[in-house]
Design a protein around this ligand. Structure first.
Ligand code: AMP
Length: 189
């Protein structure tokens, strides 16, 4: 991988292995892993006003409002570590409005690549049921997958229209998928 700080948007259905692959990329590149889901779960655990607002939505598998999550990501991207070490966005953007807001915030040169880790629907469903997280009940899983098809595919299409999207096959071992991702990042320069 090149020495430039990473500026990477990672897409993939819930359960596609985004978190695992982010951890590996963070180890290799030192980029900041920005997971909006992790940030929201931390806010819920701490009982902050944001957490109180978000809890029911997360439990149901619904999306938190765009303005709220866009504000959180904007603040996080403005932090000192970002310019020096780069970033990987995991779980954001999830809607077209979020994608457009990110594009407006960073500009065409501010995002190196949007990468879609593609794992078929039935396989991610199996993986998620095996994972057993607190918000991973059947209904919440179905709702999240439904919202992914209805909303997040529009965000993915947005990056495809900008010529920034690369799709990698997410079926295989962690190492195999990591190698495909590394190759895609290298190819993007
Ligand atoms: P995740 O860990 O990325 O699967 O996110 C868990 C939950 O947090 C989602 O099901 C949503 O309720 C909420 N969430 C995370 N990221 C976003 C986002 N970008 N927009 C709206 N809601 C989000």
């Amino acid at each position: 991988m090149t020495g430039d700080p990473l500026a990477l948007v990672l897409f993939g259905r819930q359960g596609a292995g985004k978190g695992t692959q982010c951890d590996l990329l963070v180890e290799r590149t030192g980029a900041a892993h920005i997971s909006t889901g992790d940030m929201l779960r931390a806010a819920i655990a701490e009982g902050t006003p944001l957490g109180l607002q978000a809890k029911e939505l997360l439990d149901a598998g619904d999306l938190v409002p765009d303005e709220l999550i866009i504000g959180i990501v904007r603040d996080r991207l403005a932090a000192d570590d970002i310019a020096a070490h780069g970033w990987i966005l995991d779980g954001f953007p999830r809607t077209l409005a979020q994608a457009e807001a990110l594009w407006a915030l960073l500009g065409p040169d501010g995002i190196r690549l949007a990468l879609n880790i593609d794992v078929p629907l039935d396989l991610v469903r199996e993986r998620m049921l095996g994972r057993g997280r607190a918000d991973d009940n059947d209904e919440a899983i179905d709702r999240r997958l439904e919202l992914y098809e209805a909303e997040t595919t529009q965000a993915i299409d947005f990056f495809a229209e900008q010529g920034r999207l690369v799709t990698v096959d997410g079926v295989g071992t962690v190492d195999e998928v990591a190698a495909r991702i590394a190759a895609a990042i290298d190819a993007a320069g």
